[in-house]
Structures are given as structure tokens and as C-alpha cells.
Design a protein around this ligand. Structure first.
Ligand code: NAD
Ligand code: MG
Length: 293
């Protein structure tokens, strides 16, 4: 990941073998195996001494972010769903191997109290909080407005939007100048696909919330930014997207392939670090060259 090379051939390209999973999905059932930086990401102390919470930290982008944060010197609290315990324990082991503290916190973030408990557990374990990376998300597909169900929209907003408010409110009293909040939008928040209206509106909302909260917290010296991934090779895809889209996954990007979770970690590290001291309210697109506007 540090050797100059052609990014179009750096990681696997489609076609991919057909594969489907039940949500929330397991990285070990993916073919080819995704790269979360387990072997590739090297830290350089850019987050030394920081204390982080990462949601969705068992798999995919959140797993890559947790690994990178630890290797950059941060203690990391890992939020994930209870059924993802085994994958989360692997990440906790990698955090500890990096010489940092980890905290395992299973729970459904659709439940308001879980959000506050997560923050309190992290502050209790680490003695503070400097970085809140809200990466968790869910992505049901609905082909037609004729099939729209209120429960589906309630679920998407509860999982993707409410935790922004709940986690940030809980974290607020602990955040000092220099702290950073990082959200995870999507290209879908800017250029929605027809089958992803519920998800896309939530992802647009995340980018919008990021701008609002950046203005609200600026006077306290707290920066708020986001990352908007394009197609990334994570269990979210086989869990929610039909096989005909898996086989050609990422093909539509100018780079001709999906991103690997490890390729999303660097912007999350930059935005958390003091090097991003003048960046706030921004959502950085990481899309393999697909324009977001
Ligand atoms: P992933 O399935 O590996 O990660 C999503 C995680 O969200 C799950 O591991 C789970 O722990 C967590 N989660 C879901 N619902 C939850 C709930 N109710 N309570 C607590 N945790 C919950 O997939 P990923 O692709 O790494 O997803 C991470 C983020 O990236 C999501 O916000 C997703 O929308 C976003 N994203 C992904 C892609 C992509 O192509 N994979 C593209 C753009 C944006
Ligand atoms: Mg997962």
C-alpha cells in the first residue's frame, strides 16, 4: 500500500464470483478476501495517545479504520452488532498487538441508550475521548416505490442517522479542543441509485449533518468531517445487493474495480489527526474516480 504502482491493478478487479450473505455479513465468507490492512497498514504515530470510538468496527471500512487508528497510536473502542462478536474479537486482538487498549462493545445502535452506554464505556476504559468515527450503517434495497414500507425507512434512519445525534450528544461533554468526529456518507448521498432511495437519503443526511455539526462545534475547537466511499469490497454488498451486481462490482468506476477497506482508512486517519487542523465540515469522496457532483 506504500509502493508506487498502478491503482487500477493494485487490488482485485471484477468479475467476482457470485456470493450472497445474510446481513450483517462475515468478512471470512467473502471471495476474494477483503484487505482491511491487517498485513498492509503501517502506522507512524499520527494519533499517538488519542482515544477513539469506532462504530461498525468488526468488518469492512470500520475494521480498517480501527486497525489503522491503533497502529497510529490510539486506543480504540469497537462498536458492532452482537452477532459479529467473533470478527470484533479479531480486531480487538489486532488493536492490542499494536500496543493499544481495546474495548469490545456489542449492541444495536438503533437503541438510544446503547449509544450513551458505548461512549461512557469508552471514556471509562480509556479516561477520555478524542475521536468519534461513526462508520456503522445498513443498506436495504427496495426496487420500487410500490414496495415502500415505513418499517424499512424507520430502520435505515434509526441505524444510519439517529446515532449521529445520540453518540455526539453523549460524547460532547468529553470532547476537548482538538477532538474530531468523522462520519461515513456514500456516493449514494450525492448520486443515488434507483433501488437505494431509503439508504441514499440517509447518506445525504449524513453529509448534511456533518456540515451542520462542524459549524456548531467549531467554536469549541472540535472538527467534524466525513468520508463518502464509492463501491468498497465489504460484507455490506453480498448482504444487501443481488448477485448480478456483485459480479461486476466496482466496474463502473474510472479505476475499474471496487475499493478495499484498507484504502478508506487513510482519509479517516487524516481527518482524525492534527494535520487536518483546517479541515472541517467536509466530506471527502473516495470513489475510485467517480465524480460525486
Ligand atoms: P460492513 O457491513 O462491514 O459494516 C457495517 C457495520 O455496521 C456492520 O459491521 C455492523 O457492525 C454495523 N451496524 C449495522 N447496523 C447496526 C446497528 N443497528 N447497530 C450497530 N451497528 C450496526 O460494511 P461497510 O461497507 O464497511 O459499511 C461501513 C459504512 O460504509 C456504512 O455506513 C456504509 O453505508 C458505508 N458505505 C459502504 C460502501 C460500500 O460499498 N461498502 C459504500 C459507501 C458507503
Ligand atoms: Mg460487520
Amino acid at each position: 500500500m506504500y509502493t508506487p504502482q498502478d491503482p487500477t491493478t493494485q487490488y482485485p478487479r471484477p468479475p467476482f464470483p457470485p456470493q450472497q450473505q445474510d446481513g450483517p455479513g462475515d468478512i471470512h465468507e467473502m471471495d476474494p478476501a477483503p484487505d482491511h490492512g491487517e498485513e498492509s497498514y503501517l502506522g507512524s504515530g499520527r494519533l499517538a495517545g488519542r482515544k477513539a470510538v469506532v462504530t461498525g468496527a468488526d468488518s469492512g471500512i470500520g475494521r480498517a479504520v480501527a486497525i489503522a487508528y491503533a497502529r497510529e497510536g490510539a486506543d480504540v473502542a469497537l462498536s458492532y452488532l452482537p452477532e459479529e462478536q467473533a470478527q470484533a474479537e479479531e480486531v480487538a486482538a489486532l488493536v492490542e498487538q499494536a500496543g493499544q487498549k481495546s474495548l469490545l462493545f456489542p449492541g444495536d445502535l438503533q437503541d438510544e441508550s446503547t449509544n450513551a452506554e458505548l461512549i461512557e464505556a469508552a471514556v471509562g476504559a480509556f479516561g477520555g475521548l478524542d475521536i468519534l468515527a461513526i462508520v456503522a450503517g445498513t443498506m436495504p434495497t427496495v426496487d420500487s416505490i410500490d414496495d415502500f414500507e415505513t418499517e424499512s425507512l424507520d430502520h435505515v434512519l434509526k441505524a444510519n442517522i439517529y446515532p449521529l445525534f445520540w453518540l455526539t450528544r453523549a460524547a460532547s461533554p468529553h470532547l476537548k479542543p482538538g477532538a474530531s468526529i468523522i462520519t461515513c456518507s456514500s456516493i449514494q448521498g450525492f448520486l443515488p441509485s434507483p433501488q437505494l432511495a431509503e439508504y441514499a437519503v440517509s447518506k445525504a443526511g449524513i453529509a448534511n449533518w456533518t456540515r451542520a455539526m462542524a459549524q456548531q462545534l467549531a467554536e469549541r475547537g472540535i472538527r467534524v468531517n466525513g468520508v463518502a466511499p464509492g463501491p468498497v469490497w465489504t460484507p455490506l454488498q453480498p448482504a444487501f445487493v443481488p448477485n448480478e451486481k456483485i459480479e461486476s462490482f466496482g466496474e463502473q468506476t474510472p479505476l475499474g474495480r471496487p475499493g478495499q477497506p484498507a484504502e478508506l482508512a487513510p482519509p479517516f486517519v487524516l481527518l482524525a489527526s492534527q494535520e487536518a487542523s483546517y479541515i472541517s465540515g467536509e466530506t471527502i469522496a473516495v470513489t475510485g474516480g467517480m465524480p460525486t457532483h
